[in-house]
Design a protein. Structure first.
Length: 155
């Protein structure tokens, strides 16, 4: 379901769908219902039998979860800017104190690899999602994020 107004979600579906933890996004498959992006992604990966998307071994899986945590932290900041009435006031501080340093770490971690770990994982999908927020909120800065654009263009 794609929601085009808050009333669709808050006024009806949030309570009517019978979700244990009502939130967006959600996944309903028969009687199985789940929310939260990491849980949904993990479920889809497990169902598709592409477990390497979570890491090829226990060390890579830990790295994927590490990357996902940092990406979620950045996404939280970006969502706050996007939906806050005071978002414009947060732009410069958020860029300098959180996003720019984290993106420098990502650039160093990725290096010359095509993907963050060298092969496609869940972290790459979430990173690309984050790139669209960056592009729309930080248009000027995004033009200089060549490694972000390169990773996105790999898809």
């Amino acid at each position: 379901m794609q929601y085009t107004s808050p009333e669709q979600w808050f006024g009806n579906d949030k309570q009517a769908l019978g979700l244990d933890f009502p939130n967006l996004p959600y996944l309903i498959e028969g009687n199985f219902k789940i929310t939260e992006t990491p849980a949904i992604c993990t479920y889809i990966i497990d169902r598709s039998n592409r477990k390497e998307l979570l890491g090829k071994n226990y060390q890579d899986r830990a790295l994927v979860l590490n990357l996902v945590g940092v990406i979620e932290e950045c996404l939280e900041k970006l969502v706050t800017i996007a939906y806050s009435p005071n978002g414009a006031a947060l732009l410069e501080k958020t860029w300098k104190e959180t996003l720019q340093p984290k993106l420098q770490y990502f650039a160093k971690f990725k290096g010359n690899k095509e993907w963050l770990l060298g092969y496609l994982t869940l972290a790459d999908f979430l990173f690309v999602e984050m790139s669209y927020y960056l592009e729309n909120i930080y248009k000027i800065e995004f033009k200089n994020l060549i490694f972000v654009q390169a990773l996105r263009n790999s898809f």
